[in-house]
Design a protein around this ligand. Sequence first.
Ligand code: PLP
Length: 380
Amino acid sequence: MIYLDHAAATPVDKRVLEAMMPYFADDFFNPSAAYLPAKKVASDYETAKATIAHAIGAKASDLVITAGATEANNLAFTSLNPLSRVLYLITEHDSVRRVAERLGGEAVSVLPNGLIDLDDLKRKITDETELISVALVNNELGTIQPLAEVAQIIREVKIDRMKRGIRRQLLLHSDASQALNLLDVSVARLGVDLMTLNSAKVYGPKGVGALYVSHDAKLSPLTVGGGQENGLRSGTENVPGVIGFAKAVELAHEHLNGNRKKYASWRKTLLSELDGYELINKKHAVDNFVTICYDGIDAERLVFLLEEQGVYVATGAACAASKGVRSHVLAAIGLSESQITGSLRLTLGETNDEAQIHETARVINRVVEAEKARIQRIES
Ligand code: PLP
């Protein structure tokens, strides 16, 4: 099997699993309990949170641990006051898009290269805007958004508002679910107030995530109860999950540069050995995302045919693909219907090696050729 869908899910790294194991059956205590073994678990949990926070230049107390990125994204939007407005990038993951839409949010366009249209952003910010949500790395194209530039625009708006005596907050949220593997993420450098992290995309356990919350952002809990996570996310802490997430983040950080080089080289190899495709994410993408299009061919069929050959790829976001929904991301960058229908997303990762990359190119070339021949037979 050659797995090329690491943007959908990454396997838990063996070292992560090892770090988690003691916290299931041995150190199982509730961190809120008063006895000594529980206090040790509480302390290990805080240390793990500090490790995750450290990777983005923050403190443990700045993080709210959640059950994944979807929940963290939803929590970020509780920072809004009534009668305020929210802006979100049109290519956001559904866990941002759906919440923003429900709150009457307005979408900001992207340019054909997938980058945020900063002029459109400037035009759409009004005195009522309180939150702007822009993912650091897009989950279909891998596009890295210029968050520091967005933060600069926000700073200018804030200064202007101050001069005019408008006291409304203006926060920047970023879903960095796909970013921790390959980018050195610093909340201060990026200028974000809220940032979503996702363990499941960095070889950590699924169902674990975090929201970074700056001092300027005031959130409301989505659920109430025992008051854990500073009252923002009640419920007994997922200790093994957070220990695993911390280990995964640590490993990702250690191998950041090596991985970037490795994926860049594999990407280049793949693109040189594949035939007759159009590269969609030409620039500004993280190195492990390869989005290619075979115009006139049904990529859904390709996914199926490639699976038969042991190659696992995607047409877009896994959640959209399972519902048979057309990619809103590819539509937003201006691809035609037939280009969207013919697009494949290959996301490289730690389960791959150089030999698999060559084999992938061979298999895809063969399957695409056969598919073209089949279409020709039908048409003639
Ligand atoms: N945000 C992005 C950019 C993602 O890629 C994903 C997962 O596919 C999510 C959010 C949702 O993550 P989860 O399903 O772990 O809540």
